[in-house]
Design a protein around this ligand. Structure first.
Ligand SMILES: *[C@@H]1O[C@H](CO)[C@@H](O)[C@H](O)[C@H]1NC(C)=O
Ligand SMILES: *[C@@H]1O[C@H](CO)[C@@H](O)[C@H](O)[C@H]1NC(C)=O
Length: 422
């Protein structure tokens, strides 16, 4: 009980609340607090003095304290070396400058792929998991005039070992340490949504708090479903409660689609009936986003946890086509839910979703000020990126000011208070 109280509230709170609550705490608590204060102080120093100093021993110690067994992964040492490596900044002169610095885009649907992750998970929905390196990512940002990338891990996120909690929590921690180091090394370019080890709720709560408090994540990234469980699953409720109860005015959950699974008598089986013919990324991703948004709505998860904002991929995937059908079955939820979709939901353009699909969403009165930009780099086909941007630039249903909103200003609203100077 003591541990779970600490782990969910005080242990991971920000520095200020730790100072406030420290006086009344017992010795055990003091030890945890001072450790956390060290880390917070470290993080501040790093920000002030440039590239972070990576202390692998401390990362291991912190993982152990959180009950995470990094050694359950045979490649954990290589992955820890990668955290050190990403913290060595590339030569700035090799990074091309964007053409137009005044109107930089903010990309909220863009991915990173550590080499070790690609090796463990070489095939993403029938396509090779793409390579990623920081220089390539910075060049892409320069080419498309993107001033900030809010990176995340694409599907399957931390869930590369289905039905293995120990390994899933270790993968999540390694991904987050790596993204944390990336963001601290290039604080003007990158921010990140943390990888979350759902469907394991306790571990997910711990990881979310650690990534948000100690690693500087701006939000948490989840999948549309985790091992057959959708986001409204009652088992996940403590995860939403924890986010909603944090000492902050707003929390962000980024939802990325994934291939669905069904649980058949304890075994997970692909729920893509056309798996033999088509990549799940083509249509199943959209359906899965629709299913999970319906589940979040009808369980009233959306209505009950009002601090949470949702960054939804691909302007909602198939979701707009479902809204009338399920909300008319639950008319009592209609008004409040539509209000929430219009105020606490943000819909990214990864797709292709412009100029056609987005109109399905707008038909529901979702304000254009909640549309955001997502490139899906490096998971898109190279020939897709440019037309996707041009489709927004040419959209005849958006004014110039609204286009600027989609490309950046709306994301600034979403991320308000999460990134200094934005
Ligand atoms: C489910 O598993 C149990 C135990 O292995 C078995 O007896 C039962 O027949 C299985 N049911 C189905 C529907 O496969
Ligand atoms: C939200 O609150 C309603 C009633 O206020 C309750 O019926 C529902 O179960 C709650 N759902 C969640 C996910 O907390």
């Amino acid at each position: 009980m003591l541990f779970s109280f600490l782990s969910q509230t005080s242990l991971f709170c920000g520095l200020t609340s730790l100072l406030a609550s420290g006086a009344a705490a017992n010795q055990h608590f003091q030890a945890l607090v001072s450790d956390d204060m060290d880390m917070a102080a470290d993080a501040l120093t790093r920000r002030a003095t440039g590239p972070p100093k990576i202390d692998i021993a401390k990362i291991k110690e912190r993982a152990r304290a959180d009950g995470i067994d990094l050694e359950s992964l045979p490649f954990s040492e290589a992955a820890l070396s990668a955290v050190e490596a990403i913290a060595l900044p590339v030569d700035p002169s090799s990074v091309p400058k964007p053409a137009d610095k005044t109107k930089g885009k903010i990309d909220v649907h863009v991915h990173v792929v550590p080499d070790w992750y690609r090796q463990v998970f070489p095939d993403t929905s029938g396509m090779p998991t793409p390579e990623w390196d920081v220089l390539g990512a910075l060049r892409f940002m320069s080419d498309y005039n993107i001033k900030r990338s809010v990176v995340s891990v694409s599907t399957p996120g931390a869930l590369v070992y289905l039905q293995d909690e120990k390994k899933t929590t270790a993968v999540a921690r390694l991904l987050n340490e790596w993204m944390g180091a990336l963001v601290q090394t290039y604080p003007d370019k990158f921010s990140f949504f943390a990888a979350i080890p759902l469907p394991y709720t306790d571990a997910a709560v711990r990881e979310a708090n650690y990534a948000l408090d100690s690693l500087g994540a701006v939000g948490v990234g989840v999948l549309s479903s985790h091992a057959g469980k959708y986001l409204g699953n009652p088992e996940f409720k403590p995860f939403f409660e924890n986010l909603n109860n944090r000492k902050s005015s707003k929390e962000i959950i980024y939802i990325h689609p994934t291939e669905p699974y069904v649980n058949v008598n304890g075994s997970l089986v692909s729920a893509n009936p056309l798996a033999g013919s088509y990549s799940g990324a083509i249509a199943e991703f959209y359906f899965d986003t629709g299913r999970t948004l319906m589940d979040l709505t009808l369980t009233q998860t959306i209505l009950n946890f009002t601090k949470i904002n949702y960054a939804v991929s691909q302007v909602g995937g198939a979701f707009p086509s479902l809204i009338d059908r399920f909300l008319r079955s639950y008319p009592q939820l209609n008004k409040q839910t539509m209000d929430a979709f219009s105020t606490r939901f943000w819909w990214d353009s990864a797709g292709p979703t412009y100029p056609n699909q987005v109109k399905g969403l707008l038909a529901y009165g979702i304000p254009k000020s909640h549309l955001t930009f997502g490139s899906d780099y490096p998971y898109g086909r190279p020939q897709w990126y440019r037309p996707a941007v041009e489709a927004i630039e040419r959209a005849d249903f958006l004014s110039d000011a609204e286009k600027d909103g989609v490309f950046g200003r709306n994301a600034e609203q979403l991320l308000e208070g999460k990134i200094a100077g934005i």
